[in-house]
Design a protein around this ligand. Structure first.
Ligand code: OAD
Length: 252
């Protein structure tokens, strides 16, 4: 076993079900993108350290000071412009090729799963690679490499304010994505919750839903979380180490 190799025995007994078409549901959070150099929200060096989320990620904050809120998102878009998918994203895309039914649900807004080649990714919290007009609701692509010269940006059609196409605290998650995420959690044979603190509702309820359903639930997180007691096993290691080992194990 190399240093990067993880003992996957708790997962192995489920391989047969997955190979036979059982759904592998995966819920990801900021920890999965941490190894691409994008900071998480909580913990040392996290985005909320020194900032209050309510001042930057709420509709009220945007109404009060759209420039301040946009600066926060432009800071993240600049970081994203030079970020690349890491081995955890790559491994999840590989799992979608190796197994018949792998569904990825993410709280991340960085598009790195799609960049790694994953398909049908359910984005629960939107994307910072899109803008939305606050007046018309028109959604437009906004690549991270394209800078807004003036902040805040305005809608080229109607002159309304543009906002990042993300979900802020106090807002509803998009219904279609939420329905899909619930369905995946309910019908999964195996459900992996990776790189999330599991404290932000409603996404945090998906692991619980999966555990109440028919899924064997696994967590991948170097740190303890409130979900851990409900899981079949918690891998206390990085997402890249565990998921890359899983790909190698399933391909062997
Ligand atoms: P958090 O910042 O709350 O949690 C990140 C988790 O990733 C922590 O539990 C870390 O221990 C773990 N972690 C760090 N590095 C890791 C690695 N290499 N491999 C695996 N795990 C690692 O991020 P989220 O749970 O995604 O919402 O946060 C949930 C939501 O809170 C975000 O989507 C965002 C935020 O406010 C909105 O903006 C609506």
């Amino acid at each position: 076993m190399t240093a990067q190799e993880v003992d996957l025995s708790p997962l192995r007994k489920h391989y047969e079900r997955l190979r036979a078409g059982g759904t592998l549901g995966v819920l990801t959070g900021a920890g999965v993108s941490a190894e691409s150099g994008l900071p998480t929200f909580r913990g040392a060096g996290g985005l909320w350290e020194g900032f209050r989320a309510e001042e930057l990620a709420t509709p009220t904050a945007f109404e009060k000071d759209p420039v301040k809120v946009w600066r926060f998102y432009e800071y993240r878009r600049v970081a994203l412009a030079s970020a690349r998918p890491n081995p955890a994203h790559v491994a999840l895309a590989a799992l979608q090729r190796i197994l018949p039914a792998v569904r990825i649900v993410t709280q991340n807004v960085d598009g790195l799963h799609q960049q790694a080649g994953s398909r049908d990714v359910v984005e629960l919290h939107g994307s910072i690679l899109r803008t939305r007009c606050v007046l018309e609701g028109t959604v437009r692509s906004a690549p991270a490499t394209a800078r807004f010269l003036d902040l805040p940006p305005y809608c080229p059609e109607c002159g309304g304010l543009l906002r990042p196409d993300v979900v802020w605290f106090g807002e509803m998650l998009p219904q279609k994505e939420w329905d899909e995420a619930e369905e995946i959690a309910q019908q999964a044979s195996v459900y992996i919750v990776a790189g999330t603190s599991s404290i932000v509702a409603p996404a945090s309820s998906l692991g619980i839903l999966a555990a109440r359903g028919r899924a064997a639930v696994f967590e991948i997180n170097p740190e303890e979380t409130p979900l851990a007691p409900l899981t079949d096993f918690a891998f206390r290691a990085s997402a890249s180490a565990v998921l890359s080992s899983l790909v190698r194990d399933l391909s062997a």
